[in-house]
Write a protein that binds this ligand. Structure first.
Ligand code: CAA
Length: 383
């Protein structure tokens, strides 16, 4: 597909870039150092109407397209990968399942405040024994009268404990495998719903990540999302879209590191000329630019397919896998161009190097992305 962004999309990029440069970049070093969530910046971003970009205005969203949302994640991540994933997890994982599978009442009650940015969303799928094998969910939900009783826990949950609303997956019929998993909307503050410690991560340290603990949590029956047993498909469909967000995050992290390296290479003089004029460095920059361009096509075209309601699961897996793989290569080359000074704390490229790695791991490891891509092109492998 030939690709051309619209003026509206580029105007949005400019707006988010200005915000990222003025509100996030100056504090990014401290957020990383202190493992601190950018509450004020996210509140300002919400005031700009950015937390529900792809959702209809009738539900408090901005009524923009999927690509505009991807561009917003890219631009935040260009200055800080952690801030980028806060938006991605909120829009793609915390809000999308309610938008796509919720009934009208659930959309009014939960999607609207999420899309307006009054509340923050999160997604609880991963467990100690259900990581790549998401169907191995051990958290249970047992129907008792008007409530499901939720027991178990989730690990590595982005936006926890800051988020207000959690889409949580639990088994309502442990004998039925993936067909026994159901999805629920769970609110922070409900009795028995607590959090583990905020993880001390290698990168994306401005984003908050914690464990969810459910101890006999009473979830009203009306908070079942979709039908009983539909949860695994809801999770998989949600992740198809979520992977566009992570691909956009990886694109932004790589773009930021590339720009820093390019600028530095033009200024840094060695052997009597800027290192950008030395072939060893100019070839690196050429490869970085080429990889970024390929990745951008993949990410934007996956977003366009989703927007057009065409199948996009394979394309989003390709975008996520390729972009996060080249993100690692690009930040590695960027740091190499900086040499010893890139290895120092406080250098953006050092933070980007640490932020980049997670993109090959979460929302499905890149090995799982290849499973997804292969199952689209070959058919599902026999178990
Ligand atoms: N959309 C809708 N339905 C889907 C689907 C999709 N994309 N993919 C699979 N399904 C359906 C299948 O059609 C199948 O349905 P039937 O049984 O009715 O035929 C059912 O789901 C089971 O499918 P599989 O047999 O293919 O499932 P599996 O157990 O082999 O698992 C998998 C497939 C792709 C490996 C899946 O487990 C997976 O995606 N794992 C990775 C999990 C993951 O990405 N976790 C990320 C957590 S969130 C996170 O990381 C967020 C963050 O921090 C920012």
């Amino acid at each position: 597909m030939l690709f051309q962004t619209t003026k509206k999309q580029e105007d949005l990029r400019k707006k988010v870039r200005e915000f990222a440069e003025s509100e996030v970049k100056p504090i990014a070093f401290l957020l990383d150092k202190e493992n601190e969530f950018p509450s004020e910046a996210i509140a300002k971003f919400a005031d700009m109407g950015m937390m529900g970009l792809p959702y209809p205005k009738e539900y408090g969203g901005a009524g923009a397209d999927v690509l505009s949302y991807a561009i917003a994640v890219e631009e935040l991540s260009r200055v800080d990968g952690g801030t980028g994933v806060i938006l991605s997890a909120h829009v793609s994982l915390g809000s999308y399942p309610i938008f796509a599978f919720g009934n009208e009442e659930q959309k009014q009650k939960y999607l609207t405040p999420l899309a307006k940015g009054e509340k923050l969303g999160a997604f609880g799928l991963t467990e100690p024994n259900a990581g790549s094998d998401a169907g191995g969910t051990e958290t249970t939900a047992v129907l008792e009268g008007d409530h499901y009783i939720l027991n178990g826990g989730k690990i590595f949950i982005t936006n926890a404990p800051v988020a207000d609303t959690y889409v949580v997956f639990a088994s309502t019929n442990p004998d039925a495998g993936t067909h026994g998993i159901s999805a629920f909307i769970v609110e922070k503050g409900w009795e028995g719903f607590t959090f583990g410690d905020h993880y001390d991560k290698m990168g994306i340290r401005s984003s908050s990540t914690a464990e969810l603990i459910f101890n006999n949590v009473k979830v009203p029956k009306e908070n079942l999302l979709g039908k009983e047993g539909q949860g695994f498909k809801i999770a998989m469909a949600t992740l198809d879209g979520g992977r566009i967000g992570i691909a956009a995050q990886a694109l932004g992290i790589a773009q930021g590191a590339y720009e820093h390296a390019l600028e530095y290479a033009k200024e840094r003089i060695q052997f009597g000329k800027p290192i950008a004029q030395q072939q060893a460095i100019s070839f690196k920059l050429a490869d970085m630019a080429t990889k970024l361009r390929c990745a951008r096509f993949l990410v934007y075209s996956a977003a366009e397919l989703k927007e057009a309601h065409e199948p996009y699961g394979m394309e989003s897996a390709m975008a996520k896998q390729y972009t996060s793989d080249i993100c690692l290569e690009v930040v590695n080359d960027a740091l190499q161009i900086f040499g010893g000074s890139g290895y120092l704390k406080g250098m953006e490229v050092e933070r980007a190097y640490r932020d980049a790695k997670i993109c090959t791991i979460y929302e499905g490891t890149n090995e799982i992305q290849r499973v997804v891509i292969a199952s689209h092109i070959i058919g599902k492998m026999k178990k």
